[in-house]
Ligand binder design. Structure first.
Ligand code: 4NP
Length: 162
């Protein structure tokens, strides 16, 4: 059976989306679903292509027992074909994805990650922590963690049930 393929997208692919990729992979593997759910991440912009994730993001993840590996890459149009769900960190990322979607069907794959956090309330963005202090990275991680738990529950109920 084909796996469900999830792509996390932010602006630079060095803070938020690599964190989401690592957190989601961690939960997927712990749930024994590594062969059913594939995860990746990409940035709207290309400034940091080839770089590892921001040290502050990696430090926050390490504190919580999670390794962020991999290097930044830029989102490309083929991602709309390959991935089933494309999850944006903020509304600007979502707008940028919508602008790049070739069809309505592709457009509908793009959503906000925090839509999957039942406790997110009205604020569905993971704000960019890049220019903030380390507290921004802790808040970012909490938001991503809660949303990834909700996302895994959604996938189990809606996409993996057979
Ligand atoms: P990210 O954070 O989108 O969470 O990876 C950013 C990192 C770098 C830049 C913007 C956002 N930048 O403009 O260089």
């Amino acid at each position: 059976m084909e796996p469900v393929r999830i792509l996390f997208v932010c602006l630079g692919n060095i803070c938020r989306s690599p964190t989401a990729e690592a957190v989601m992979r961690h939960h997927v593997n712990r749930a024994g679903l590594g062969d059913r759910i594939e995860v990746d991440s990409a940035g709207i912009g290309g400034w940091h292509v080839g770089e590892p994730a921001d040290e502050r993001a990696r430090a926050e993840a390490r504190r919580r027992g999670i390794d962020i590996t991999g290097r930044a890459r830029q989102f490309h149009p083929g991602d709309f074909e390959w991935f089933d769900l494309i999850l944006a960190m903020d509304r600007q990322n979502l707008t940028d994805l919508h602008d790049r979607a070739p069809t309505v069907a592709h457009r509908s794959k793009a959503r906000l990650l925090r839509e999957f956090d039942p406790d997110a309330g009205g604020d569905l963005e993971v704000p960019d922590p890049y220019y903030g202090g380390s507290r921004g990275f802790s808040t970012m991680f909490d938001q991503i963690e809660a949303a990834c738990r909700g996302l895994l529950g959604h996938l189990r109920a809606e996409r993996l049930a057979s």
